[in-house]
Write a protein that binds this ligand. Sequence first.
Ligand code: GDP
Ligand code: MG
Length: 216
Amino acid sequence: MTTPKRSLLKIILLGDSGVGKTSLMNQYVYKKFRAQYKATIGADFVTKELQIDDKLVTLQIWDTAGQERFQSLGVAFYRGADCCILVFDVNVLKSFETLQVWHQDFLKQVDPSNPEKFPFVLIGNKVDVDGGNSRVVSEKTAREWCEAKGNIPYFETSAKEDYNVEDAFINCAQIALATHPINIWPLDEEMPSHCDLERIQESMTGADLPRGGCAC
Ligand code: GDP
Ligand code: MG
């Protein structure tokens, strides 16, 4: 008899501080939005189960602990990523310009065998702000960037108003499933539901961690 399996996908969120990465994750996973700014503490991942076609998929979504301000996320963060969601704020030009650096950094750290085919998704967040009047990056400009990077899917979202958030994450899972040999986790084995990145990094003195997993 074969044990039913589920796929485990590691998804990482990258982008400048303040663009709404944590808010997007919280909106998608917990359906919650927090208006006041609270720097992410104890970066880790959260999991979300979903079904795509006939496949049971567990998304392991990794958010930063705000270390993106120092551009030092560490190897554990990137290791074994199946899809990378790049996020910018449509009202902040700098956050769009920096995408280039995040994209490059990611490829450098992960070093995928086929970088042109690696699944990325781009999110232009905060489209709700000021009814769109303070927007400085147009949809056209964002789409051109995506095209130049090998047709990355693009989503305009509002984590605040829960606009397009789920679609962006589901698309990310779909393209990751389509392009990656995936991690299979037996259904009867407990999977960690969250994890403290600092603990992982501390425990990472030379020893190799399981792909997409942690030592907690
Ligand atoms: P991170 O540093 O990328 O994780 O960004 P956060 O998720 O912490 O968000 C930074 C700030 O932007 C917080 O005050 C959020 O409440 C706010 N924010 C995030 N997403 C949205 C959005 O879609 N619309 C609006 N108006 N504010 C948002
Ligand atoms: Mg954050």
